[in-house]
Design a protein around this ligand. Structure first.
Ligand code: ZN
Length: 283
């Protein structure tokens, strides 16, 4: 009886793993926007999903210490709430992010699962997030995106080029040679289980292959959730990336290098330009 229960459970786990693997294969192979990478130097970016207050307070501050900037993917529908990744940013954090010249990216308004959500609903949530951002940071807009929770359905992935210069997923690896603008690969720090050596090896490989290594995480705190990391660990990775000689840029900044041509001003730059030109601050 017990043995049969265990067998059923094992079969369910194996089935679920296979389902996720198939989704991932379909997602990666279809609806691609392929680009040959033209960057002359290895690139590294630091990104934060959701973004919990601690990501900006701790992670952002560490980057600023080294005169670096990060990309923060926001779901404005989560603003002021407590999510599994911790206490989520408030309006004042949005202003702080812009003041500190970090970059803001879209993560849908509702933090919708990229595979489970119907493409039309997913699209409506992207538009809703854009409208909400314009209310809080007039003139600012999202140039890039990260898929919440899961890889996207091909139909969802296909429509992203209408809204964003590039979209980030996961995959625990770097981008090299060519990349898919509809699915940039990224490495989630929390999935390393604190194994710094494997990260150091990946940074080294990124230098050798002149790639673009995009790190991702959620909260950065002394007692992180299972989706985050500690400030010490985060800083160790930042220092390793710096000493590798890679150029460390926001997602928009790195994309310019990848394309080998300048792209438009980032949302942060636009908001700053607007402030400098005397536009009223958001309520
Ligand atoms: Zn998320």
């Amino acid at each position: 009886m017990v043995r049969s229960g265990v067998t059923n459970w094992s079969l369910r786990v194996a089935g679920e793993r296979l389902r996720i693997k198939l989704r991932r294969t379909v997602s990666l192979r279809l609806a691609c926007r392929a680009v040959v990478m033209r960057n002359k130097e290895p690139l590294v970016s630091f990104t934060f999903d959701d973004f919990p207050c601690s990501a900006l307070l701790e992670g952002g501050s560490i980057l600023e210490t080294y005169s670096l900037r990060g990309t923060f993917f926001a779901s404005l529908g989560l603003m002021g709430t407590t999510a599994p990744t911790g206490a989520i940013f408030g309006v004042s954090d949005l202003h702080k992010l812009i003041q500190k010249e970090h970059e803001i990216g879209c993560h849908t308004f509702n933090h919708y699962n990229a595979w489970e959500t119907a493409p039309s609903e997913f699209q409506a949530s992207i538009v809703q997030n854009r409208e909400a951002l314009d209310r809080y940071l007039p003139g600012a807009f999202f140039r890039n995106f990260s898929y919440p929770i899961s890889c996207p359905r091909p139909r969802t992935k296909r429509m992203m080029s209408k809204y964003f210069d590039c979209c980030r997923g996961g995959g625990q690896t770097l981008n090299a040679g060519s990349l898919d603008l509809n699915f940039l690969k990224a490495f989630f720090l929390e999935k390393s289980s604190g194994d710094f050596d494997s990260i150091a090896r990946l940074i080294e490989r990124n230098s050798r292959e002149r790639g673009w290594l995009i790190f991702a995480t959620h909260d950065v705190s002394k007692r992180p959730t299972k989706f985050g990391c500690t400030p010490q660990f985060f800083e160790q990775v930042v220092r390793c990336a710096i000493s590798s000689g890679a150029t460390i840029l926001t997602v928009c900044g790195a994309l310019e290098k990848v394309r080998g041509k300048p792209s438009h001003a980032s949302a942060s730059e636009l908001a700053l330009d607007r402030r400098a030109s005397g536009a009223k601050p958001a309520p």
